[in-house]
Design a protein around this ligand. Structure first.
Ligand code: G1P
Length: 288
């Protein structure tokens, strides 16, 4: 398989779970400690040697692209004020990756969003990262999948075990564990009822795909919720050419879930030595 240079990040969703915070701010721009959610996702891609980021976006999301561009006015203010650390920080964000974007003009589902990127991806394998899913581990999440995709020459999806009562929120796979943490996928289903789920192995928003996925996306009919589901096209791709799943290592936060979003904020703030003591003291006052 050719090296993975591009990632598709769908960001056209409404963020209804995070309202009213997201009434006028994209959910991807909500901060986790001192960076917007989307920056963590792009950093994971960059750490995995991905150079080109393709945002699948809508008319209200241009601030996401701006975040990864230079802001010359701000830079000159910081320079004149001698705030060189801050200057370095904001410039760095603009220099991380190349940014491309394509509009998803109708919100027809995650599968449809990925299909919108077909022209920009072209005929090469690529990654997909769902912007709500934050993954943290020693080895960057999408990088864990890229290694297996390259060695097995197959599409690979990231999975994690979730409690049975949560399987209906995810795409769930069936598969045989061929080596520790690596599964050969035999089937998958989007948001199954608990009694219909083939396992507790949930797809967690990280995928390495081959360009033939686009043909399958073009063929699938609207699935659960009336949406073009990526999972339905993946199922068809898995049957046509084989697919692996990797049990991902690390911690995952669903940024669209308030409890997890707030925990992620504390998790990152606690890692900042300057904040640790003060934050611990404040939390102790409020949390029994
Ligand atoms: C999407 C996918 C689902 C996956 C989930 C991970 O669902 O369709 O298969 O398990 O992301 O976050 P959504 O959360 O967009 O409903």
């Amino acid at each position: 398989m050719r090296p993975i240079r591009k990632v598709v990040i769908p960001v056209a969703g409404w963020g209804t779970r995070s309202l009213p915070a997201t009434k006028n701010i994209p959910k991807e721009m909500l901060p986790i400690y001192n960076k917007p959610v989307i920056q963590y996702v792009v950093e994971e891609a960059q750490q995995s040697k991905i150079e080109d980021v393709i945002f699948v976006t809508n008319r209200d999301k241009s601030v996401i692209e701006d975040h990864f561009d230079y802001n010359l006015q701000l830079e000159s203010v910081l320079e004149r004020a001698g705030k060189l650390d801050k200057l370095e920080e904001v410039r760095h964000v603009a220099e991380m990756v190349n940014i491309m974007s394509v509009r998803q003009k109708k919100q027809l589902g995650l599968g449809h969003a990925v299909l919108c990127a077909r022209g920009l991806v072209g005929d090469e394998p690529f990654a997909v990262m769902v912007g709500d899913d934050l993954m943290f581990s020693g080895k960057p999440g999408i990088g864990q999948l890229i290694d297996v995709a390259l060695s097995e020459n197959m599409p690979v999806i990231g999975v994690m075990e979730v409690p049975w009562e949560k399987v209906s929120r995810y795409g769930i796979i069936a598969g045989e564990e061929v080596s520790p943490g690596v599964f050969r996928v035999s089937d998958m289903v989007e948001k199954p009822a608990q009694h219909e789920a083939p396992s507790r192995l949930a797809i967690v928003g990280r995928y390495v795909l081959t360009p033939d996925i686009f043909d399958h996306l073009q063929e699938v009919k609207p699935g659960i919720g009336g949406e073009i589901q990526l999972t339905d096209a993946l199922r068809s791709l898995a049957h046509a050419r084989g697919m692996m799943a990797v049990r991902m290592e690390g911690t995952r936060f669903d940024a669209g879930d308030w409890a997890e979003f707030l925990t992620a904020n504390i998790y990152f703030a606690m890692q900042d030595e300057k904040l640790h003591t003060e934050l611990t003291a404040l939390l102790n006052r409020f949390v029994m």
